[in-house]
Design a protein around this ligand. Structure first.
Ligand SMILES: CC(C)(COP(=O)(O)OP(=O)(O)OC[C@H]1O[C@@H](n2cnc3c(N)ncnc32)[C@H](O)[C@@H]1OP(=O)(O)O)[C@@H](O)C(=O)NCCC(=O)NCCS
Length: 169
């Protein structure tokens, strides 16, 4: 507790990362979402990583970035298409220390460079305050059926600064 992290780095996803990212996905859900979702809901959510091949395919089909500390993955985020943040997961051992912010900063810059005018995310109840702090506003409440459980989330949106033509970022 309270110890400063070595500076995290960022790199693109590689196929060999899949088992580690699946483990981070499960650890983030189990370790960080318990105030907002029941154990049955968490289990339905983590189920998505059990088929590692399908999980890896999803990550490979999106723009996936990995946050590392001393070269070891500690979190990841993905951009679906040009303007939707799909995945954002940080290992509980480094939560609250800026890793999630670094990942979303990078996705916002990449999306802006690809011409996106805004970004959307279906934020979990756990992540809603995180995105609100970053200037995302709630647009719509959703309830999603996952492996026999209903999970709530909120579609949030942020206009990207510098999205206009010729504005440097
Ligand atoms: C949401 C998540 C990615 C945040 O990652 P993180 O590395 O802990 O975030 P950061 O340290 O960059 O936090 C940035 C700010 O958001 C705040 N924040 C982060 N998580 C928060 C939470 N659950 N509740 C309230 N505030 C939160 C931090 O306190 C920090 O505020 P500060 O700038 O005033 O210090 C992480 O909690 C997570 O993996 N959650 C579980 C999976 C999940 O719900 N993913 C989202 C899917 S859409």
């Amino acid at each position: 507790m309270g110890q400063a992290l070595p500076k995290p780095g960022l790199r693109p996803f590689l196929p060999a990362d899949v088992p580690m990212l699946a483990a981070i996905f499960v650890a983030a859900i189990e370790g960080l979402t318990g105030d907002d979702y029941s154990v049955a809901q968490q289990e339905a959510w983590t189920h998505a990583a059990e088929d590692e091949e399908a999980f890896g395919k999803k990550l490979a089909g999106q723009l996936t970035l990995i946050a590392t500390i001393q070269n070891a993955p500690v979190g990841f985020a993905s951009l679906k298409g040009t303007d939707h943040i799909d995945m954002l997961y940080v290992h509980p051992s480094v939560a609250g220390q800026g890793v999630g912010s670094m990942l979303v900063d990078a996705l916002e810059k990449l999306a802006g460079a690809r011409g996106a005018k805004h970004l959307t995310v279906d934020a979990s109840d756990t992540a809603e305050a995180f995105f609100k702090k970053r200037g995302y506003t709630a647009k719509q409440r959703n309830t999603v059926s996952l492996n026999g459980e209903w999970l709530a989330n909120t579609t949030m949106q942020k206009a990207l600064a510098g999205a206009g033509p010729g504005v440097p970022t």
